[in-house]
Design a protein around this ligand. Structure first.
Ligand SMILES: [Zn+2]
Length: 277
């Protein structure tokens, strides 16, 4: 039997961590599958991540179609991102959708988001860019929101199917043109780690590209001038990231608990056991 109170406490703290580190603004959200049912998931109601503070701030929805259950009223218009990803990939248990400014430029330029350092190998061989224009019907408003099961399914498809493990996606992370990004994991802790390091990697990549561009103008560089992780480095550092995830998680929990900026009515967030490194 899973301790749902502990899981909801972890979800509340995940909202705070992602806000504290500027991964989520007043928008953006993080969800977790209900391990007791596997057919529902938890996600905050229509609240900014910083002010999510108790179980009354969290709704429960069907994975099947994103409809509310157990008296849940309202919720995020874009919860279909979460329902459709969780439906298509049974191995995924947690999802983050973010509008992080550091990542946004990569959604509208040709240069892809590429892992430039060892904490971002999980970005894999490439980070696909979901262009919602390809999924619109003529009658759809062009508000860029993934606010229906149909648009959510189109986004989920962009994650691809893992050839070896077809219940898993081929990619951990996708961009959304002119909107943000989505990253997925097997736990709240892992998806927070992915969201944090996808955003961090974008900042580093931007600086590297700017420096390389300046160098090429002075004749000391060529091409985009940035050496990204190799295929093998992406694979091996991704494995490393998976087992070390509890080390940053422990620090992030303490940071938000001691910051005085957030309230978690469910008390101190339990720290899962893990290797930690
Ligand atoms: Zn959004």
């Amino acid at each position: 039997m899973v301790n749902i109170t502990a899981l909801l406490s972890t979800l509340i703290t995940a909202n705070h961590i992602l806000h504290y580190h500027n991964v989520l603004d007043a928008m953006g959200h993080v969800s977790v599958r209900n391990p007791d049912t596997n057919t529902t998931f938890f996600i905050a109601l229509q609240l900014g991540p910083a002010v999510v503070s108790g179980p009354e701030d969290i709704g429960e929805y069907l994975v099947e179609d994103g409809s509310p259950v157990k008296g849940t009223m309202g919720g995020y218009a874009e919860r279909y991102i979460h329902s459709e990803v969780l439906k298509r990939y049974p191995d995924v248990n947690a999802v983050v959708h973010s509008h992080a400014e550091d990542v946004l430029p990569y959604t509208v330029i040709e240069t892809g988001l590429e892992p430039v350092y060892h904490m971002a190998g999980f970005l894999g061989s490439n980070v696909p860019n979901f262009d919602i224009e390809t999924a619109y019907l003529p009658s759809d408003p062009r508000d860029m929101l993934v606010n229906s099961p149909r648009l959510g399914a189109a986004l989920a498809q962009t994650l691809g199917t893992n050839k070896t493990y077809p219940t898993s996606p081929a990619h951990t992370t996708i961009l959304q043109r002119g909107h943000g990004f989505v990253t997925v994991g097997t736990s709240v802790e892992q998806v927070v780690d992915y969201a944090y390091y996808a955003t961090s990697n974008a900042r580093v990549q931007t600086k590297a590209l700017l420096l390389a561009s300046a160098a090429s103008k002075t004749g000391s560089g060529s091409g985009d001038g940035v050496k990204y992780l190799s295929k093998q480095e992406r694979k091996d550092t991704s494995n490393m990231n998976a087992w070390i995830v509890f080390k940053p998680w422990k620090q992030w929990v303490k940071e938000v608990e001691r910051s005085g900026r957030y309230v978690n009515d469910l008390g101190s967030t339990p720290t899962p056991t893990g290797s930690g490194g």
